[in-house]
Design a protein around this ligand. Structure first.
Ligand SMILES: Nc1nc2c(ncn2[C@@H]2O[C@H](COP(=O)(O)OP(=O)(O)OP(=O)(O)O)[C@@H](O)[C@H]2O)c(=O)[nH]1
Ligand SMILES: [Mg+2]
Length: 342
């Protein structure tokens, strides 16, 4: 049976682009649901005039919470599948049929757009953060995903309902991939074009990268602890697990993230000792990590060096302010963040 598909679109101050995006989408699917949380421009009016239905959420709370509202609404309305797209024109509606075709082949998978074949069009700094995020999110998701930061995705709603989404802003989309893969779901990539024009972005390169990094670290710390202490276990996520319960309370969630970021170096050593010393007692612990040809120490070190990258990026920025050009980050990332599945 063909899936009932709705396009969902978080939108914030996107009046310049949202009109043509919505009309383009309506050539491929019959419904577009936009979640606008407090845009101060004409986003909602223009989206509605172009044929979308607009949910007004009120106070601005970021892309993630808007996505959650859209998941809930479409599930309540009986949709089984949604395609998420951005309102800023970075996702070409003409590529929707590719997602639908991939979904027909693999109805239970999340389908994620990948811009990696056009990486020359992606600004260098953005590409670097995509590359690093990919390394760690793929470990969380137990599989290789070409482009973990692309918002053009198809989601089976039944899968989304199996997880609790606790994060906000741009972190939610990383959270979804790690949790889905860490439950055993598959994530399929479809190649799409990379569009980087003069559109305004709400992504804050330092802050949002820091939020995503802190969540990934806190997620992987829990995953490594569970895998390290259990036998033959690759998939560690289940709804309302320990990490979800922490995530329910914003303050505790924040304290937990800061604590994991501050203790990553000793934790790396501890995980390495568990990897080396525990197998006689816990057979095949760190099951997901034992498959790689890279050493466990290198992998965990790379994961745990994420804050170091942030420090290098900030230092490069500060040095450039005083006229010193220092570019180490590209080489650093190429060296330490390989595709473990390649
Ligand atoms: N409802 C809602 N939507 C948002 C919010 N922030 C961003 N969005 C939408 O999320 C989509 C992606 O946002 P962008 O700021 O372009 O983020 P990005 O595409 O990851 O970053 P760039 O590659 O720099 O464009 C767009 O459709 C935005 O309108 C928000 O606070 N609320
Ligand atoms: Mg964008």
């Amino acid at each position: 049976m063909a899936s009932k598909i709705c396009v969902i679109m978080p939108a914030y101050n996107a009046e310049e682009t949202i009109g043509p995006v919505v009309s383009g989408i309506l050539k491929h699917v019959s419904r577009v649901l936009v979640a606008d949380d407090g845009s101060t421009d004409q986003t909602a009016r223009i989206a509605a005039e172009a044929g979308a239905e607009v949910i007004h959420i009120g106070k601005n709370r970021g892309k993630g919470p808007a996505l959650k509202v859209l998941f809930q609404r479409t599930a309540d309305e009986g949709y089984d599948t949604v395609i998420s797209m951005d309102a800023d024109g970075q996702h070409d509606p003409k590529e929707i049929p590719r997602f639908i075709a991939a979904h027909a082949e693999a109805p239970d998978d999340i389908i994620v757009g990948s811009r990696m074949s056009e990486h020359g069009k992606i600004p260098r700094a953005r590409f670097n953060s995509m590359h690093v995020a990919r390394f760690s999110i793929c470990i969380g998701a137990n599989q290789f995903v070409e482009d973990t930061q692309c918002g053009f995705r198809l989601y089976p709603l039944a899968l989304i309902q199996k997880m609790k989404l606790t994060q906000d802003r741009y972190v939610t989309e990383s959270e979804i991939l790690m949790k889905a893969g860490d439950m055993g779901a598959l994530i399929t990539s479809v190649r799409i074009g990379a569009v980087y024009g003069s559109h305004g972005s709400h992504f804050k390169p330092v802050m949002d990268v820091a939020y995503i990094t802190a969540y990934i670290i806190s997620y992987l710390m829990v995953k490594f602890t569970i895998e390290g202490l259990s036998s033959n276990r690759c998939f560690t996520y289940s709804k309302n697990n320990f990490r979800d319960r922490i995530g329910r309370f914003k303050i505790i969630d924040r304290i937990f993230k800061i604590a994991t970021v501050l203790t990553i170096m000793p934790a790396t050593v501890l995980f390495w000792l568990m990897f080396v010393l525990l197998p006689p007692f816990i057979k095949n612990n760190f099951a997901s990590m034992r498959k790689f040809k890279y050493s466990f120490f290198k992998i965990t070190l790379a994961t745990h060096m994420l804050p170091v990258i942030l420090i290098i990026i900030i230092s490069e920025k500060l040095l450039s302010l005083v006229g010193i050009r220092f570019r180490y980050i590209d080489r650093f990332i190429e060296k330490f963040y390989p595709n473990l599945w390649g």
